[in-house]
Design a protein. Structure first.
Length: 197
C-alpha cells in the first residue's frame, strides 16, 4: 500500500483529482492562459510536451515519490492547473507540496489557498504527516510570497541545487510546516477563505 493513495479532494470552489492522461487537453489550455511555459522559474509544460509531462508524473506516482493532481474549477469542472505531493518519505511521515501552477487568469485568486488548504488538511489529518515541505526557485518571488502566506516557515536556501528549464543553475528556497503548527495555520487559512472581500 502506498503512503499517498488515490484520492479526490474538493471544497472552497475547487477540486483536486488524480492527474490522468484524460486531463491533457485541459492542462494544455490552462498553460496557454498566460503562456506559462515561458517563465524560466516554473516547470509548466510546453503545449507539445503536455502528454509527456503527465506520463512523467504517472511514472513518479508508480515509483511512489510524486502524486500529481489536476486542479479543477467547480462547479464547471474546467482544468485550471496542477499541484502535487512529492518527495514522499513515509518513514518520517513527510511530504512536500509542489509542481504547482495555475492558469494566469486564476493566479492571485482564492485558488492557491483553497488547493493548499485541501492538500494540507489531507496530509496532516488523514496521512498523519509530521512535516510538510515546499521548495521554490530563489528568483520565484511570487511563489515564495504565496508559500509564506500559507503559514510555512523558511528553512533556508540550498545553493546550486537544481537546473532551470533554460539550463541555468538555481538556488532553492526551502520551507516547512510542522504538525504542531497546523491547527493555528488552519484556523488562519479558513479565516482567509471566508472573510469578506
Amino acid at each position: 500500500m502506498a503512503f499517498v493513495e488515490p484520492v479526490d479532494l474538493a471544497g472552497y470552489g475547487v477540486a483536486l483529482t488524480p492527474l490522468a492522461l484524460a486531463h491533457e487537453t485541459g492542462l494544455r489550455t490552462a498553460a496557454a492562459d498566460g503562456a506559462l511555459w515561458n517563465l524560466r522559474v516554473t516547470s509548466v509544460p510546453e503545449p507539445e510536451n503536455t502528454r509527456q509531462y503527465i506520463e512523467d508524473a504517472l511514472a513518479m506516482r508508480a515509483a511512489g515519490n510524486r502524486f500529481a493532481f489536476a486542479v479543477l474549477d467547480k462547479p464547471g469542472g474546467t482544468v485550471i492547473g496542477c499541484s502535487s505531493y512529492h518527495d514522499i518519505l513515509p518513514a518520517v511521515k513527510r511530504v512536500e507540496i509542489g509542481y504547482t501552477w495555475y492558469a494566469k487568469s486564476r493566479q492571485r485568486s482564492h485558488v492557491n489557498t483553497a488547493c493548499k488548504l485541501l492538500m494540507m488538511t489531507h496530509a496532516f489529518e488523514t496521512l498523519g504527516c509530521h512535516v510538510l515541505g515546499w521548495r521554490t526557485d530563489n528568483f520565484n518571488f511570487a511563489s515564495q510570497a504565496a508559500i509564506e502566506r500559507l503559514g510555512a516557515r523558511k528553512d533556508g536556501v540550498i545553493r546550486g541545487h537544481a537546473l532551470r528549464r533554460d539550463g541555468t543553475i538555481r538556488d532553492t528556497v526551502m520551507y516547512s510546516l510542522r504538525s504542531g503548527e497546523w491547527p493555528e495555520v488552519k484556523a488562519q487559512l479558513l479565516y482567509s477563505m471566508h472573510k469578506p472581500r
